[in-house]
Design a protein around this ligand. Structure first.
Ligand code: NAD
Ligand code: ISE
Length: 338
C-alpha cells in the first residue's frame, strides 16, 4: 500500500520532508500540499505531481490524503492536528505539537476520545543512531544508574527574529524530549543561568544560556544552548553513571592532514546532522501506517510534556527562579498508571 500524504506548510522543513518522502523513503506519495504562501505550495507540489489545496482543512479532508504531515509554523499546529484527529487520519506533526500546554491537552483529549493513537510528534533525535546506541547502553545497565547528563546544543547563528524564549521553546525542546526518552524519567524542575553574553548575538537576545533540569529520579542535567557559536552545528551529550559514562559520537567525518594541521569538518546545520535520523523516523512511521499499526514514536503525551517543560523553562529564564514543571498525571492511554 502506498500512503497518500497531505502536507501542510511548504517551508524549509516541509520541502525537506517532501523530497525525503519522494526520493529516499519508500511507501508514501505526496498527493496534496498547502501553504498560506500559494506560490511556495505550488513550487513544492508541482515537481512531485501533488495537488495544491487552499488550506489545511482541505488537505485533511481530501480523499487522496490518507495521512497528514504538519510542517507549518508552530502556533498553527494544534488546529491542523485536531482536524486530522476529527477526520480519523494519522498525523505527523513537526515539533512543537502545540505552543501551549492547554492546546496539547486538547489534542490528548481528542485522541483518547478517538480511542487509538493517531498522532506522532517529529522529535527525530530518538531515531539518531548515536542516541539509540546511548539508550541501549543505559538500558543495559553497563554504566550503572545514570546520575548526571552534560549536554550542549549549538547553532552557528540565528536570525534577528529568534528570541531568548526560543532557546527553550525551539531549540532545547529537542534535548527535553530525547532526555526524557533516554533516561525513561520525567523532568520535574528547571532553572536557567545566563553567563556573559556573546558579542555575536542580536542585542535583545540572551545567548548563551545554561539550563539545569532535575528528573523525578534525581538525575541532574546541564544543557548549554548557544545559538550564535559561529563555528558550526554541534550537538553533544554525555551521560555519567555509577560505573561509567556514555557519550554521543560526533558524526562521521574524514580526518584531513594538510599544511601542518590535522582536522575534521564540523557540520553547519540540523539538516545534515540529523538527515539519517529523519529518514529512519519516516521509514518507521510509514511502515507502521502501511501495516495498519498505531504509531510507536513520540506521542501527543510526549508533545505535551515537551511544551509544558519548555514553557516552565521560559518562566525560569524570566524569573531567575527554579520552576517546577508540574506536569499532569500521564493517562493510562499513554502508558501511565491506570
Ligand atoms: P518555515 O517558516 O520555513 O516554513 C513554515 C511554512 O509554513 C511557511 O512556508 C509558511 O508560509 C507556512 N504556514 C504557516 N502557517 C500555515 C498554515 N496555517 N497553513 C499552511 N501553511 C502555513 O519554517 P520551518 O523551519 O520549515 O519550520 C516549520 C516547523 O518545523 C516549525 O514548527 C519548526 O519548529 C519545525 N522544525 C523542526 C526541525 C527539527 O529539527 N525537527 C527543524 C526545523 C524546523
Ligand atoms: C530548529 O527549529 C530546530 O529544530 C533545530 O533542530 C535546532 O537546532 C534549532 O535551534 C531550531 O531553531
Amino acid at each position: 500500500m502506498t500512503v497518500g500524504m497531505g502536507v501542510i506548510g511548504a517551508g524549509w522543513i516541509g520541502k525537506e520532508h517532501i523530497q525525503r518522502l519522494t526520493h529516499t523513503v519508500t511507501g508514501a506519495r505526496i498527493t496534496a500540499v498547502t501553504d498560506i504562501d500559494a506560490a511556495r505550495a505550488e513550487e513544492a507540489a508541482a515537481p512531485v505531481g501533488a495537488r495544491v489545496l487552499h488550506d489545511g482543512a482541505a488537505v485533511v479532508s481530501a480523499d487522496e490524503v490518507d495521512a497528514v504531515l504538519v510542517t507549518s509554523w508552530g502556533p498553527t499546529h494544534a488546529e491542523h492536528v485536531l482536524n486530522a484527529i476529527a477526520a480519523g487520519k494519522p498525523v505527523f506533526c513537526e515539533k512543537p505539537l502545540a505552543t501551549t500546554a492547554e492546546d496539547c491537552l486538547k489534542i490528548i483529549e481528542a485522541e483518547i476520545a478517538y480511542g487509538r493513537r493517531l498522532v506522532q510528534v517529529g522529535f527525530m533525535r530518538r531515531y539518531d543512531a548515536g542516541y539509540r546506541q546511548m539508550k541501549q547502553v543505559i538500558d543495559s545497565g553497563r554504566i550503572g544508574e545514570p546520575l548526571i547528563v552534560h549536554c550542549a546544543h549549538r547553532n552557528p547563528t540565528v536570525p534577528e527574529s529568534y528570541t531568548s524564549a526560543m532557546a527553550a521553546l525551539d531549540t532545547a525542546v529537542h534535548e527535553v524530549d530525547v532526555l526524557r526518552w533516554l533516561l525513561d524519567d520525567e523532568i520535574v524542575s528547571t532553572q536557567v543561568l545566563t553567563p556573559r553574553a556573546t558579542s555575536k548575538r542580536s542585542a535583545h537576545l540572551k545567548d548563551p544560556q545554561i539550563m539545569l533540569f532535575e528528573t523525578a529520579n534525581g538525575v541532574r542535567i546541564d544543557l548549554e544552548v548557544f545559538v550564535n557559536c559561529q563555528y558550526g552545528y554541534d550537538i553533544q551529550c554525555e551521560t555519567v553513571g555509577e560505573e561509567g559514562l556514555v557519550r554521543l559520537p560526533d558524526p562521521d567525518a574524514v580526518a584531513v592532514r594538510t599544511a601542518g594541521q590535522h582536522s575534521t569538518a564540523v557540520l553547519t546545520d540540523w539538516v545534515g546532522r540529523f538527515k539519517d535520523a529523519f529518514d529512519t523516523e519516516f521509514r518507521e512511521w510509514i511502515a507502521g501506517l502501511a501495516a495498519g499499526d498505531e504509531p510507536t514514536g513520540p506521542s501527543a503525551w510526549d508533545g505535551y510534556a515537551a511544551t509544558a517543560i519548555t514553557a516552565a523553562t521560559v518562566e525560569a529564564l524570566e524569573s531567575g527562579r527554579v520552576v517546577a514543571t508540574d506536569l499532569k498525571p500521564r493517562p493510562a492511554f499513554y502508558g501511565g498508571a491506570a
